[in-house]
Design a protein around this ligand. Sequence first.
Ligand SMILES: NC(=O)C1=CN([C@@H]2O[C@H](COP(=O)(O)OP(=O)(O)OC[C@H]3O[C@@H](n4cnc5c(N)ncnc54)[C@H](O)[C@@H]3O)[C@@H](O)[C@H]2O)C=CC1
Ligand SMILES: O=C([O-])CC(=O)C(=O)O
Length: 310
Amino acid sequence: MKVTIVGAGNVGATCADVIAYRGIASEVVLLDIKEGFAEGKALDIMQCASNTGFNTRVVGVTNDYSKTAGSDVVVITSGIPRKPGMTREELIGINAGIVKSVSESVLQYSPNTIIVVVSNPMDTMTYLALKATGLPKNRIIGMGGALDSARFKTYLSLALDKPVNDIKGMVIGGHGDTTMIPLTRLASYNGVPVSQFLTDEALGQVAADTMVGGATLTKLLGTSAWYAPGASVAYLVDSILNDQKKMIPCSVFLEGEYGQDDICIGVPCIIGKNGVEQIVDVELNDGEKELFAKSAAAVRTMNEALSNVL
Ligand SMILES: NC(=O)C1=CN([C@@H]2O[C@H](COP(=O)(O)OP(=O)(O)OC[C@H]3O[C@@H](n4cnc5c(N)ncnc54)[C@H](O)[C@@H]3O)[C@@H](O)[C@H]2O)C=CC1
Ligand SMILES: O=C([O-])CC(=O)C(=O)O
């Protein structure tokens, strides 16, 4: 199985590293516009193989899309990240043009591929990739919910002082500081609702920390995060390539689901070899429905800014 990752920066290279290390694909192509950069990252990752025990071939190329031909999955991480104090939405001016041209270029060589969009503002970039390529909606997947849910589970684990892998939880809605919706009501510690162990105040704090999870890291690091984002993309790619049919919140095109139309936004999906195989209809309560509608309204406003590229 072959995966191409466009953008060999922090997120793209980390994703390639996790995919190789875990043997998720037999070949990974890293592509970047910076001369020699992807080649260097690929070589560095390949030189881990004998000491960590993987056999994945990692190839780096400078803007040569012919080397990406026949990819089963293409991950788009190309574009600029935010700096402290910025929102993801402020990246649209530069990233929209990049995501549009990259998604068109990859399809020339991999017409049957599934595209995973990572570049921010991710929900709007996913919508742009879908509209620009005209691909069927099951083949365009925005990655944000897998990461936000990982952060949610991390903060729950810290608040509960329990192992993170005993905790289940999902974040839906937009991938923005104010648009994501951590589903605290449905989160559990080995099947037991976390509300049995945490006060409303503590749960509210977990939700608030989750929502600004990316901003917190951006402030600490001076640029946005990459370890958990790269691992979250690899987790999603694994579910596609190995047809795991995991339920993962992803930004996908809605046609009536969750009361929304003509928008890409995070909802729980079954992810397998066909990409988005099902949108799972979780019964939300009135408060959650209201938050989802507000989140969708904000994403829709952002999408209006695409009128000059679409
Ligand atoms: N959806 C999510 O959950 C997350 C999204 N992100 C987003 O991912 C994007 C990448 O973040 P980082 O890797 O930290 O940035 P980075 O700056 O480390 O890497 C971006 C790379 O894209 C390359 N690039 C730019 N234009 C290109 C083009 N036309 N073709 C090929 N490559 C091109 C640059 O040369 C650079 O190497 C940002 O937009 C960031 O906001 C980051 C983390 C999580
Ligand atoms: O915070 C950012 O800008 C990058 C991102 O989407 C994340 O880490 O969640």
